[in-house]
Design a protein around this ligand. Structure first.
Ligand code: KIV
Length: 245
């Protein structure tokens, strides 16, 4: 699974063998420049989902339920999920379980496929004290195992495990019959997800150790822009062939 937010990138992902696009609330940070995912709204997510759907008409699209959208009760959560589904999502992703089990059950019961998200849940970053590994302590690991079981019982079809120790991710994945999708969780999960801009190395300031760069995108883009500016200044762009007759 690849997190992407716009039609152009979605079209490229759709040409690949990737199974799904996640329209993550990380869009608030990556695209909109906010400091955290707390700034994502249903409206913002719906616009990105619609754009991704136009770029990838046939691919599975999972849309993040943004900050607090599952905490205002079943009816408000159903409205938010409905907006994302009508915009083109195939499924929604919900961070955490505790305190909104009824909402997950209600969405699943309403015919909306729900993906869970456990471990480092970025919408709770201030409560977690930062973007750090989760489940190191035995009690925390136990809680994560229980929550994964709860998600499966509630009818989630899969779940993301973010930033948990590899051994724990392997245990949880083996215990569950729904697929786990890891990010920063080692090699024992059933699938993997990366944010496309991390995979492409587009952000020179942000290089999480778990995210392999398949392209030095930032350097390549900078070089191209510098070359364009320099060509214009040297009156080498446009060339004759680039001038419309
Ligand atoms: O918002 C997002 O991109 C995510 C992934 C990091 C799993 O939730």
């Amino acid at each position: 699974m690849i997190a992407a937010y716009d039609a152009l990138m979605a079209r490229i992902v759709a040409e690949s063998q990737a199974d799904a696009i996640l329209v993550g609330d990380s869009a608030a940070m990556v695209v909109h420049g906010f400091p955290s995912t707390l700034h994502a709204t249903v409206e913002m997510m719906a616009l990105h989902v619609a754009a991704v759907r136009r770029g990838a008409p046939d691919l599975m699209i999972v849309a993040d339920m943004p900050f607090l959208s599952v905490r205002r009760g079943r009816s408000a959560a159903a409205d938010a999920a409905g907006e994302l589904m009508r915009s083109g999502a195939t499924a929604v992703k919900v961070e955490g379980v505790a305190g909104h089990e009824d909402v997950i059950e209600h969405l699943v019961g309403s015919g909306i496929p729900v993906m869970g998200h456990l471990g480092l849940t970025p919408q709770s970053v201030h409560q977690l004290g930062g973007y750090r590994l989760q489940g190191r302590e035995a009690a925390e690991a136990e809680r994560l195992r229980r929550e994964a079981g709860r998600l499966e019982d509630l009818g989630a079809f899969a779940f993301v495990l973010e930033c948990v120790p590899e051994a724990l991710a392997g245990v949880i994945s083996a215990e569950r019959s729904i697929p786990s999708i890891g990010i920063g969780a080692g090699s024992g999960t059933d699938g993997q997800v990366l944010v496309l801009s991390d995979l492409l190395g587009l952000d020179a300031r942000f290089q999480p150790r778990f995210a392999r760069r398949y392209l030095e995108g930032h350097g390549l883009v900078r070089t191209a822009i510098d070359q364009f500016v320099s060509d214009v200044r040297a009156a080498e762009f446009p060339a004759r062939a680039e001038v419309l007759a």
